[in-house]
Design a protein around this ligand. Structure first.
Ligand code: SAM
Length: 423
């Protein structure tokens, strides 16, 4: 295992020092190195997720100036295994790491790693507790922002192992996969197992058969409730996972225009989806400059946002937190909503959603949108039965929402959802 731990230490450095995206560095490593895929993925993301806590723990046992960056990242990945993975053979794992350190960095460093790791292992059950910002690995300015905005209820999400949901399109031959392996939400929605399961569905992840898609993201499309024959605009569409669900929900019989500002993302959507989804047209445009001669029945505004509701999947996001970006996103969202309103028919609906929880990108946008436009109002909605497991349906099937922050209901990404109707 020590080869993998050294490789993970390098990947951690790519994220922490070079600010590269975790998903990109991990994928390019896994393309070339196929062994222990799940182990490497868990330790890499776990180390990033708990980075501040692991570093603080390490510095209780060694002086900061006593370790180089490279050594620190080897320690961090190793400590994640010692403190968070439920392995029975930790002493064997540590021996392996020490051997690797001796081989690569010399005997003296090997002995140093040995002493530090063994003393952390001895005291791992009674390590001093840290304050919440360190415990949940939240940088100081982000923690301060969460406290100031009364958002501390989301901090446990900051270190949560993500849950992945997938949906199965209606035309897929379900005998090709043993779905009993997965937690079932409905006949067409499942949750991946915490310890994998992706291999069983990966041959079918082509956008047309099975789609990995968060449960809250799916909810947004169900609430817009696309119907046969409707003209629907998906205003921020790439990579198109909501576009195709909107199509599926209308039996591929609605007319959908998928707009995105990013040329290469639109090209990719077009290549992957246009042969199958004949009812979808793909357009490259800034939503604000979008030109059309007709008006729409329904518009999805899945707006650009800080995406902080996806931190469990992309843990490096919490280290890049930038408060000034949040209000910029809020302003863009409001502008896109107002553009959508201008091309919506009377009685038509806008579904506004963002995968974040900041008030500046959710409730405040709704408040300003309503204040500035007298011809629109919020439309109440409920959660489709199809998205609720048995235990959730006893609580939520009759509940009516005006707006919704999904962390109170689902264990996936945190979304904010609101629906408007034009008067
Ligand atoms: C949250 S993602 C959309 C995800 C997509 N709806 C899905 O479910 O697969 C936001 C998208 O908005 C696009 N975007 C950002 N600013 C935009 C703008 N001004 N006009 C149109 N699209 C924009 C980005 O390129 C990005 O693809």
């Amino acid at each position: 295992m020590n080869d993998e731990i050294f490789a993970i230490a390098q990947l951690i450095s790519n994220v922490v020092d070079e600010k590269k995206r975790g998903k990109n560095v991990l994928n390019s490593y896994l393309e070339k190195n196929n062994s222990f895929k799940e182990f490497v993925t868990d330790i890499f993301y776990g180390s990033i997720r708990h980075y501040i806590y692991l570093e603080a723990t390490l510095f209780k046992f060694v002086k900061k100036e006593g370790v180089s960056k490279k050594e620190k990242y080897i320690f961090i990945a190793t400590l994640y295994v010692i403190l968070f993975r439920k392995e029975s053979d930790i002493p064997i794992f540590i021996n392996d790491i020490i051997r690797g350190v001796k081989k690569r960095l010399g005997d003296r460093k090997g002995n140093f790693f040995n002493a530090v790791l063994r003393s952390i292992l001895r005291s791992r059950d009674d390590l001093d507790s840290f304050s919440d910002d360190i415990k949940y690995s939240i940088p100081e300015k982000f923690y301060h922002y969460l406290r100031k905005n009364r958002l501390l209820h989301v901090i446990s999400k900051m270190v949560e192992t993500p849950k992945f949901y997938f949906r199965v399109n209606k035309n897929f031959d379900k005998s090709l996969v043993d779905f009993s392996k997965f937690r079932k939400v409905s006949d067409y929605i499942y949750r991946l197992n915490d310890n994998g399961g992706i291999k069983d569905i990966s041959p079918f992840l082509d956008g047309k058969n099975i789609v990995i898609q968060d449960i809250s993201a799916q909810l947004a499309c169900h609430i817009l409730d696309p119907k046969k024959g409707e003209r629907i605009l998906d205003f921020c569409a790439a990579p198109g996972t909501k576009t195709t669900l909107l199509s599926e929900l209308s039996d591929n019989s609605s007319e959908i225009i998928a707009v995105d500002i990013n040329q290469s993302k639109v090209d990719k959507m077009k290549t992957e989806l246009s042969n199958y989804y004949k009812n979808i047209s793909f357009v490259v445009s800034d939503a604000l400059d979008f030109e059309t001669d007709t008006i729409f029945d329904k518009i999805l505004v899945d707006a650009p946002c800080s995406a902080l509701g996806t931190v469990s999947k992309y843990p490096e996001k919490k280290y890049d937190f930038n408060e000034s970006e949040i209000s910029k996103y809020g302003n863009i969202q409001l502008k896109i909503l107002e553009k959508a309103l201008s091309i919506l028919k009377i009685g038509g609906e806008i579904l506004y959603c963002v995968c974040t929880f900041t008030p500046q990108e959710s409730d405040m946008v709704v408040k300003n949108f309503l204040k500035r436009n007298q011809n629109i109002e919020l439309k109440e909605f409920s959660i489709s039965e199809k998205l609720l497991t048995d235990e959730l349906s006893t609580i939520y099937s009759d509940k009516i929402f005006t707006t919704l922050h999904t962390e109170s209901i689902f264990d996936g990404d945190i979304f904010f959802i609101a629906k408007f109707i034009k008067k």
